[in-house]
Design a protein around this ligand. Sequence first.
Ligand SMILES: Cc1cc2nc3c(=O)[nH]c(=O)nc-3n(C[C@H](O)[C@H](O)[C@H](O)COP(=O)(O)OP(=O)(O)OC[C@H]3O[C@@H](n4cnc5c(N)ncnc54)[C@H](O)[C@@H]3O)c2cc1C
Length: 392
Amino acid sequence: MSNATIQRAMIIGGGIGGLCAAIVLRQIGIDVTVLEKAPVLGNVGAGLVLWPNAIRVLRQLGAAEAIINAGSAIDHGQIRTAAGKILSRSEPGELRQLLGEPTVAIHRADLHAILLSLLPAGVVRLGVSGFTVAPSQTGVTVNSAGGQTDRIDLLIGADGIHSQVRQQLFPAVKLRYAGYSAWRGVVNAPDTVAEGITTEMWGRGSRFGVVPIDARRVYWYATLNQPAGRDYSPVSQKALLQQHFAGWMRPVESLLEATPAEAILHHDIYDIAPLLRWSQGRITLLGDAVHPTTPNMGQGACMAIESAWALARSIAAAPDVPTALAAYEQERQPRTAWITNQSWQIGRLGQLENGLGCRLRDAVLALTPASVVKTRLAKVTAYPDAPLFNQP
Ligand SMILES: Cc1cc2nc3c(=O)[nH]c(=O)nc-3n(C[C@H](O)[C@H](O)[C@H](O)COP(=O)(O)OP(=O)(O)OC[C@H]3O[C@@H](n4cnc5c(N)ncnc54)[C@H](O)[C@@H]3O)c2cc1C
């Protein structure tokens, strides 16, 4: 399969979405360059969960087996109170039977390394600190810092939630602060966490999650309601977390204790209210650049991976660029909007502070039948249901 109308594409951003797009566009015969501002790729983040919808696409990209081997399969999920009472269970292991793919937790750096290994040297240009874009009817000219000029047929902004490409296309779009911050860490602690089980504890205005990401390491995350923009020193943020989560069920305190203060990541949580338009001319957007979602469903990176695949599929099927980009938006907008909105609502529930509200919430969670949880999870993770294209 090749695509006559797009021979050269450029992707701004070598994150999960950008790298997946580069791999899959190359599979349909497009010559791709990725501009990434970081001088080194993969030195990023903590852990993340990839659900079967993402693993299915990653299998098409040739990355699934390496990811499954490097990460940790998750078969059970639990939501508990801070004291440890189980409120809800989910069974990702059953999804594997239903959808044919596992749910996998992995360190982001490992995921990046695997994706990068599927691209030939030279596709990703690192340390590119700036660029300008000049679109025309027939192509796009990109001048990047360092004096390089590229004339391409398609430009894809995969440059994350603060996307410069999006700001150029849709300057009026604003980020939406969710009302809470998240902290993340990874520690060597294989004995404190059961293999294959993720646990999220819900308190009042705060949550704590524990995810095994391989045989040695555990990824944890914590959320707290607070105004956006608070800045902490490493020591003060660790102290804040230790104070807030004191007395929570095991192994919360020991995971915090074991994490070096300077290794704890802190981000305020934002998304963007779902956008209707993603593209202009020969420029489009992908991943957090256009559909960032709060992390409550663990689907942000999965959506970026799905979008990379959907974009390539639309290009492969369309006679020209406008038709391809319109089909891509049409396919992706409803699903990503749904995930963004669901995730926002789950975050509001999870971050409730009011005592009565929390008791009601916990009671409803505990009474929700397992079949309802299963149906909801299957709906989130069943995509893509359209036929996959044949690789050359
Ligand atoms: C606390 C938390 C937990 C999460 N957990 C999960 C999870 O379990 N599962 C899941 O699926 N998702 C999860 N996510 C969401 C996930 O992290 C994002 O959705 C995902 O990283 C988006 O990928 P992306 O490639 O679109 O953007 P990014 O990962 O942000 O990558 C963008 C890339 O573009 C580069 N860039 C930016 N600007 C420029 C520029 N001007 N020029 C060149 N390069 C540029 C950046 O350096 C970066 O490499 C979580 C998010 C948070 C905050």
